[in-house]
Design a protein around this ligand. Structure first.
Ligand code: NAD
Length: 268
């Protein structure tokens, strides 16, 4: 049984992660952590997610909780990930990072930590999105520079980073397949007199509104035809159960940096 710690447990993903940990036969909930100052600290986690008492109280002290879990699942904020990574390094615990929006320096520190502890770092833990990544890679290789590529994503009104981590991951896969440098060819939104579209760009469009859980479309627009590969998440549970599956998987692995393609056996 893999003992799971969840940080960000009082958040939107947190509740789903608690539920997914209970649903997975290979995992048990050992600790639930949120930020110091949260009015929910001390509450029973089972009651927080609308179930009965579970006997696990929400705590703000991750370092003390590290004795209780094998793998930490982090769905918080980029700065918090850094703190959480530090605790896991010191305690020799594996970490599954779901948080998005890290700076290049923060991403580098995540890679550095993976030399010491097992780290799963994925912008999207749904199996469907990870399959979509393979499909868009295949499409980009087949269609090449003849088709214009646009990535369109939509999320709920509370999301604080844009474009989504998943859209950026899609951009990386597309740029790799088309042999382009994403830093040079990405165009984020358009306004005013933009001039004609440069054929070698990859465009990103962001929509924010209401309670949209997460939608991504990669459009390949050619002359006389258009191909669209779309993934729509209708429940956060898809991300949560994927992250818990990743936690159970990584508990058995040596130090290293993994993503969801490794967990799903899709890595080439
Ligand atoms: P949220 O704001 O509802 O929850 C975040 C939680 O983290 C809050 O309860 C907050 O109090 C807590 N937190 C903040 N700072 C903390 C700290 N220093 N220590 C402990 N807890 C802290 O947000 P959410 O919608 O649950 O999303 C969280 C993150 O997960 C975002 O970055 C989002 O983009 C990402 N996300 C990733 C995936 C994926 O599959 N990888 C899916 C959904 C969301």
């Amino acid at each position: 049984m893999t003992r799971i710690g969840i940080v960000g447990a009082a958040g939107r993903m947190g509740g789903n992660l608690v539920q997914a940990t209970l649903n997975n036969e290979a995992t048990e909930l050992a600790a639930a952590v949120d930020r110091p100052g949260s009015s929910l600290i001390g509450s029973d986690v089972g009651e927080l997610v609308g179930g009965g008492r579970m006997g696990v109280a929400l705590t703000a002290d991750l370092a003390a909780a590290a004795a209780d879990f094998d793998v930490l699942i982090d769905f918080t904020l980029p700065d918090a990930t850094e703190e959480n990574l530090k605790v896991c390094r010191e305690a020799g615990r594996a970490i599954v990072i779901g948080t998005t929006g890290h700076s290049p320096e923060q991403r580098q520190r995540i890679e550095d930590a993976a030399r010491q502890i097992p780290v799963v770092f994925a912008p999207n833990y749904s199996a469907g999105v990870n399959l979509s990544l393979r499909l868009i890679e295949l499409a980009a290789r087949a269609l090449g520079d003849d088709f214009d590529v646009e990535v369109i994503e939509a999320h709920h009104r509370h999301k604080v980073d844009a474009p989504s981590g998943t859209a950026m991951q899609m951009g990386k896969v597309l740029a790799g397949a088309l042999e382009r440098d994403l830093d040079e060819c990405a165009v984020y939104g358009r306004e005013g007199h933009t001039g004609e579209r440069d054929r070698r760009t990859i465009g990103f469009e962001t929509i924010r509104g209401g309670d949209i859980v997460g939608e991504h479309t990669v459009m390949f627009a050619g002359l006389g035809e258009r191909i669209e590969i779309t993934h729509r998440a209708s429940s956060r549970m898809t991300f949560a159960s994927g992250a818990v599956r990743a936690a159970a998987w990584v508990a058995q692995r040596p130090a290293g940096l993994y993503d969801m393609t490794h967990v799903l056996g899709l890595a080439s």
